[in-house]
Design a protein around this ligand. Structure first.
Ligand SMILES: NC(=O)C1=CN([C@@H]2O[C@H](COP(=O)(O)OP(=O)(O)OC[C@H]3O[C@@H](n4cnc5c(N)ncnc54)[C@H](OP(=O)(O)O)[C@@H]3O)[C@@H](O)[C@H]2O)C=CC1
Ligand SMILES: CC(=O)N[C@@H](CCC(=O)OP(=O)(O)O)C(=O)O
Length: 403
């Protein structure tokens, strides 16, 4: 089926309400229907009700956002505005310390939140959990100094690599909190859900590794693809590089063109290889080339694989279908439908599909996410929901922005 045909297919979501809780029914693109159990209401009236109800039962988690003045921090603030059980009690910034969130991000001006403070002035006595949205390197020192009872979801790369020598090799600096590294759980939600549920410190995956591991992990686990010769070509929106001013990210440098970068040495390579090796029980290596696209958010990974002997494209499609049919945020499109970044923009969904290559024995996989949501803050919220015992989808049921 062509991409034009895909635009006429609807996800056919329906819903009903029970005790102010929204129960959604969804028909996946292959026609089967399932229920999203107990999705919390997202209408403003019901949201207020849910918050009041939660306050009564003291079911509110007090959340700190470290690095709220950055792109991923501000996405956390946007998402939590729709969360019935999470309240932000602390936000930090560096250069923008002392400012309100609305003055730094005018789209968040309606949020009635405390001003952002410098980390050194942060008071954690009113905080149960933090999202750490800081640059790598800085993060290890800061997390080391946080109260030990805090639950932490770290969006940086500082605790993703189990091997601290590998961290030093790829990040060019020694690991400054190796004792915490041992405790950290890698936060690829759909793959490590049970471990994440019981974790105190979660290392949220990088955006490229999320878009790549979600399709490859089930296929590698099922021994359907060869572990050699995996070629990955990824493209990212510019927000992937953060809000800090850099000459190479000026409009004039980015618009009307694309460029590859980090060829053979991008620091997500060891993270991708660690995740794929874990599920195959042998060392997997990949060729990975990222590209910068003239768009603000969105990410696509195109993955070329050689299938194991006797395996067909139909087997890959079937495996992805059974792996993700009960997952809310990973959607395998109908056969032939092409994933578009714009169809996941602003949402926590990963859309994917697999195509037979014209070269016998090979297949092409495409997956798309919003780098700031499923690739960062959305997945982080999904993880904190699990760590705090709430339904994983709470506060995350946004459809993509369109157009
Ligand atoms: N952008 C993306 O798509 C993704 C990003 N990530 C990771 O998430 C983390 C945050 O990324 P992003 O939001 O894009 O980055 P930004 O550059 O947009 O924001 C960084 C934040 O950290 C603060 N900060 C910077 N230096 C310090 C410091 N020395 N001490 C305290 N605070 C500091 C900044 O404050 P101020 O602005 O006030 O100076 C700002 O709030 C990074 O580790 C990034 O790699 C992960 C997945 C995807
Ligand atoms: C477009 C762009 O520059 N993207 C970033 C990746 C963003 C990300 O996920 O980085 P972390 O591993 O630090 O969390 C990069 O290539 O470095």
């Amino acid at each position: 089926m062509s991409s034009a045909a895909f635009s006429s297919i609807s996800l056919d979501r329906g819903c009903f309400w029970k005790d102010e809780v929204k129960i959604s029914t969804v028909r996946k693109l292959d026609g089967r229907r399932f229920c999203i159990k107990g999705s919390v209401a997202s209408s403003p009236r019901s949201l207020q009700f849910a918050k009041k109800k939660a306050q009564k039962s003291e079911d509110i988690v007090r959340v700190g956002v470290l690095g709220a003045s950055g792109y991923t921090g501000s996405e956390i603030v946007r998402l939590i505005a729709n969360h019935p059980n999470f309240d932000i009690t602390l936000m930090t910034a560096d250069r923008k310390a002392g400012q309100s969130i609305g003055s730094v991000f005018p789209h968040l001006v309606t949020q009635n939140l405390p001003d952002m403070v410098a980390i050194k002035d942060a008071d954690f006595s009113n905080v149960d959990a933090v999202f750490c949205c800081l640059p790598h390197g800085t993060t290890q020192e800061i997390i080391k100094g946080l109260p030990k009872e805090l639950k932490i979801v770290d969006l940086s790369a500082d605790f993703r690599l189990r091997n601290i020598d590998e961290y030093e090799e790829w990040y060019g600096q020694p690991h400054r909190a190796p004792e915490l590294q041992k405790e950290a759980i890698y936060g690829l939600t759909e793959v490590l859900r049970e471990e994440i549920r019981n974790a105190r410190l979660v290392a949220n995956p990088g955006c490229y590794p999320t878009s790549i591991q979600l399709p490859l992990v089930p296929l590698i686990k099922a021994n359907l693809v060869k572990l050699t010769n995996i070629i990955i070509d990824s493209k990212s929106g510019v927000s992937g590089a953060g809000r800090g001013a850099k000459e190479s990210n000026l409009y004039t440098e980015i618009a009307e063109g694309i460029n590859s970068y980090g060829i053979t040495k991008h620091r997500h390579v060891p993270e991708i290889e660690q995740g794929l090796s874990d599920v195959s029980n042998s060392k997997v290596t990949v060729s990975f080339t990222p590209h910068l696209m003239p768009m603000s958010r969105g990410m696509q990974s195109t993955i070329y694989v050689e299938m194991a002997p006797g395996v067909t494209y139909e087997d890959l499609y079937h495996q992805l279908r059974i792996s993700y049919e009960d997952e809310e945020f990973v959607v395998l499109l109908e056969k032939g439908a092409v994933p578009h970044t714009r169809n996941v923009r602003g949402s926590n969904y990963c859309f994917m599909n697999v195509f037979p290559d014209r070269i016998p024995g090979r297949a092409i996989i495409i997956s798309v996410i919003d780098n700031l949501v499923k690739g960062a803050s959305g997945q982080a919220l999904q993880n904190l929901n699990l760590m705090m015992g709430f339904p994983e989808n709470t506060g995350l049921l946004y459809q993509a922005l369109f157009p």
